[in-house]
Design a protein. Structure first.
Length: 202
């Protein structure tokens, strides 16, 4: 395993994995061929991991592609993040674009565009004018004004003014603004998926 304490990339670099790192800051272009594990990864340029990434903190203001699973405590994306597999996260904030197979998290705040088969979290806040493709499943789900969402499933669901939702499925409560555009509202006995007890797998 290649060990890197601190690396700042302004040009172009290619690393052979597995890589263990303390801190990597990419303003240029970086590719890791294999898995990577570390503390802090910041990408304002372009990053590509041909493998999985496990980190404490990930900040993307540029673009990043991960070909396998991403496991991270804190994820902040104002740029573009594409993950071919699942994300297991603690706190996830997306103001840019996220494309992923599935998300499991404790808390998600979306104010950008997200495309996923499923987003499963304890609390999910979809901000104003956000666009979410896929099914959202959570304990407390809030859909903001003018947000567009396909399917929302929650124990407690709140849908704001002028939001567009294909279907709301709720267990205990659904508070839907009278000016929201919701095609279907269904009361269900339980959520279709269990919420993760811990969003970070063992």
């Amino acid at each position: 395993m290649q060990e890197i304490e601190e690396l700042s990339v302004g040009g172009a670099v290619k690393l052979r994995g597995p890589v263990k790192f303390g801190s990597i800051d990419v303003s240029g272009s970086a590719t890791i061929e294999g898995d990577a594990e570390g503390n802090v990864l910041k990408v304002s340029g372009a990053g590509h991991i041909n493998g999985s990434l496990s980190a404490k903190e990930l900040t993307i203001s540029g673009s990043m592609k991960i070909s396998r699973r991403l496991v991270c405590d804190r994820i902040n994306v104002s740029g573009i993040l594409r993950v071919d597999d699942e994300i297991w996260g603690g706190y996830i904030e997306i103001s840019g674009t996220l494309e992923v197979l599935r998300v499991f998290a404790r808390s998600c705040i979306f104010s950008g565009k997200v495309s996923a088969e499923e987003i499963i979290a304890d609390t999910i806040d979809v901000g104003r004018k956000s666009k979410i493709r896929g099914t959202i499943i959570g304990r407390d789900v809030k859909i903001g004004r003018k947000a567009e969402v396909e399917i929302v499933e929650g124990i407690h669901v709140k849908v704001g003014k002028d939001a567009i939702v294909d279907e709301v499925r709720y267990v205990e409560s659904a508070e839907i603004d009278q000016e929201a555009d919701v095609d279907k509202v269904v009361k269900v006995e339980r959520l279709s998926k269990e919420l993760p007890k811990s969003a970070i797998p063992d």
